[in-house]
Write a protein that binds this ligand. Structure first.
Ligand SMILES: Cc1ncc(COP(=O)(O)O)c(C=O)c1O
Length: 484
């Protein structure tokens, strides 16, 4: 820390004492913390428009009083223990106080539980957890370096808030070739959560009804709810969506939007069959409903080529396709995109300009260069193979436990990053046992829109984020729950 804002008391004399008092008061207020560096005498003299010797005299005074020490070749810094105790200080980062101010928080904002994050557990079976340690950072590095060496200056300014043009063109090519999506405008976002939020703001008025899978993705639901929408659960069956139920909802409930995860249903990982996709699309077209298709882990499909998204065959232009780089890279990259009909794009782009002018385009630029080079698709092929091996490993381990007599059952998922495991009415207990043994997993109850529907049967076991040996160790500890 070199810069330090000081308030001098003009009535204190002489000048060096004015400066010394201002610095000790900055220390008391917590502006600088124990052991933190202070500005050099030259710097401070420049800042205060005074003589360097006056500042040095101030520092000598503070050293004598026990506030400051001088360290060879480093300069002045605050001492470890202050010379007197006071309730006013130190206000350090660890010691941020909470005022009693009564905030009038919008009732549409609800508190999320601030639990320990999944990655802090020794064994992390979080369902959508990619293996960040396997990401080829070294491969991306030259492209990031290239973005900084030869930046596209015009893109770094305000304006053009759809996102980085090179990245958009690469995503458009990729979507056309790998996902058969041809007739949509791409808008980039800082992660697909931002897309869900933007869509909510643009399409939902308070009181609007959104049909969602009855077991589903809570962060999307929260985005809809903060726009004042009401959620209506669509019944599911083990192989997809109860179309009869959805039809009744659409006919009777004035639904304005349907949110789906068709390729690998979240959290059950079931792939929505073609005949149900067609029926849902026809229903939406007949009743003039938009569909959000959240295709969050498209590449990770193992048994066959992934089914083409609903957005690939969308003559009415009603499908809003949302996808992310959080799974194919890592969640911290905060890069996602939506592919929408030309008629919707301007409203979304305009709304974004209210919220955030434009997304962070520098990272997009580097990824665009990475994609253009072809290294991105090599990375996808490699990762898909690794995750398939991990799925196979988890399947064979689970089968081993089954033959040992454990009451568990599952359907091998055709893709995705998790297995939806039936543990026969032990779901919450198993989750709690896991958490107590440093194992992160989530049980069925967390995924229900209507908690009353919870049967306490399933847990979601993510397999992508851990190497097989570690996964197997975690499973052995987890399943010791059954043989206690
Ligand atoms: C259903 C679903 N959608 C989207 C995402 C990704 O969200 P984001 O792009 O905001 O990281 C996830 C990640 O867990 C998910 O499970």
């Amino acid at each position: 820390m070199r810069t330090l804002s000081l308030t001098l008391d003009p009535f204190a004399k002489p000048k060096f004492l004015q400066i010394a008092r201002a610095i000790s008061s900055a220390i008391k207020q917590g502006q600088v913390e124990a052991k933190e560096a202070l500005p050099s005498a030259r710097q401070l003299a420049e800042q205060l428009q005074t003589n360097r010797h006056t500042v040095m005299a101030a520092y000598q005074e503070l050293i004598a009083q026990g506030w400051v020490e001088s360290v060879e070749r480093q300069g002045y810094r605050v001492v470890q223990s202050f010379p007197l105790e006071s309730s006013l200080y130190p206000k350090t980062k660890q010691n941020i106080t909470q005022s009693k101010f009564k905030w009038r928080i919008n009732p549409l904002i609800f508190e999320e539980k601030n639990a320990k994050p999944a990655h802090e557990y020794r064994y992390n079976f979080a369902g959508g957890n990619p293996d960040i340690s396997a990401f080829p950072f070294h491969e991306l590095k030259p492209f990031m370096s290239d973005s900084l060496t030869r930046p596209e200056l015009s893109g770094l300014s305000y304006g053009n808030n759809r996102g980085n043009s090179q990245f958009i063109s690469q995503v458009a090519t990729y979507l056309r070739r790998a996902r058969s999506i041809t007739d949509k405008e791409i808008i980039t976002v800082n992660g697909s959560q931002e897309a869900l939020y933007l869509i909510s703001r643009v399409l939902l008025k308070p009181g609007a009804k959104v049909a969602v899978e009855s077991l589903g993705y809570r962060p999307a639901w929260n985005a809809f709810k903060t726009a004042g929408a009401e959620l209506v659960a669509i019944k599911q069956h083990p192989k997809g969506i109860d179309i009869e139920h959805l039809t009744q909802l659409v006919k009777n409930q004035d639904i304005s939007l349907i949110y789906l995860t068709p390729l690998h249903q979240y959290p059950t990982t079931v792939t929505l069959p073609i005949h149900e996709r067609i029926k849902i699309y026809q229903l939406a077209a007949t009743y003039n409903l938009a569909i959000i298709e959240d295709d969050y882990d498209h590449e990770f499909h193992y048994s066959s080529q992934p089914l083409a998204p609903l957005a690939a065959d969308d003559p009415k232009g009603l499908v809003i396709y949302v996808s992310t780089f959080s799974k194919i890279m890592f969640p911290g990259c905060r890069i996602g995109y939506m592919a929408v009909d030309k008629s919707l794009a301007p409203a979304i782009i305009n709304y974004r300009s209210i919220m955030n002018h434009k997304p962070n385009v520098l990272m997009q630029d580097a990824i665009g260069r990475w994609m253009k080079d072809g290294a991105f698709e090599r990375h996808l092929r490699r990762t898909t193979k690794i995750y398939q091996q991990r799925r196979d490993n988890l399947v064979s381990e689970l089968k081993k436990y089954q033959t040992q007599g454990l009451d568990i059952s599952f359907t091998t998922p055709a893709g995705g990053m998790a297995i939806w495991l039936d543990v026969e009415n032990n779901a919450k207990e198993l989750e709690e046992f896991g958490l107590a043994h440093d194992i992160y997993l989530v049980s069925e109850s967390s995924f229900h829109l209507d908690k009353g529907q919870n049967q306490n049967r399933f847990v979601r076991l993510g397999f992508a984020g851990m190497k097989p040996e570690k996964m197997n160790q975690g499973l052995a500890i987890l399943f010791s729950y059954f043989i206690r």
